[in-house]
Design a protein around this ligand. Sequence first.
Ligand SMILES: Cc1cc2nc3c(=O)[nH]c(=O)nc-3n(C[C@H](O)[C@H](O)[C@H](O)COP(=O)(O)O)c2cc1C
Length: 181
Amino acid sequence: MTQVGIFFGTDTGNTRKVAKWIHKALNDEQVAKPININRVSLDDLMGYDVLILGTPTLGDGELPGLDAQAETESWQEFVDQHMDDADFSGKKIAMFGLGDQMGYADEFVDALGELYDIFADAGATMIGSWPSAGYEFTSSGALDDESKEFVGLVIDQDNQADLTPERINQWVEQIKPELGL
Ligand SMILES: Cc1cc2nc3c(=O)[nH]c(=O)nc-3n(C[C@H](O)[C@H](O)[C@H](O)COP(=O)(O)O)c2cc1C
């Protein structure tokens, strides 16, 4: 039986909300309830065959965490503490990221790209890329150089919240078979 874990970082709660909506859309008892990354250890992630990981971009295109003036520890601290020699080979990972394409057009969802690279380098099989059509921005660290797609689902609650339910539903339908659900 596939076990799917959902983990997120957040500052003001948008990414938690999106994680909950993704959990609801997956609608499967094999998918655990979303948990804040600041409450878990590496072993908690390792307990799952499949992971869905979410992050906002804060600061200057950064992962959430104290460096980016987030209110609590978050992804940055988890990465600093656990990811140097973590081995995620054999794990399947899909990612989602939140950002603001109007306010931060030059570093739109950069942290999604950063987190993706960290887990890809740790050996995980990455799935769940997403078209960049429908977003307006100048530059993004979450774009795949070759395909020009985002490396995961991109959600903009600041400017396109009305599109979020449809984007989540479409992405969930896309990844479900790949997750073995
Ligand atoms: C101080 C600050 C810095 C931000 N920097 C970026 C950024 O560099 N790139 C981006 O795409 N969005 C940026 N954002 C937008 C957030 O990613 C967006 O508002 C997101 O929904 C916040 O998610 P959260 O509520 O889970 O923390 C920034 C927001 C704030 C408040």
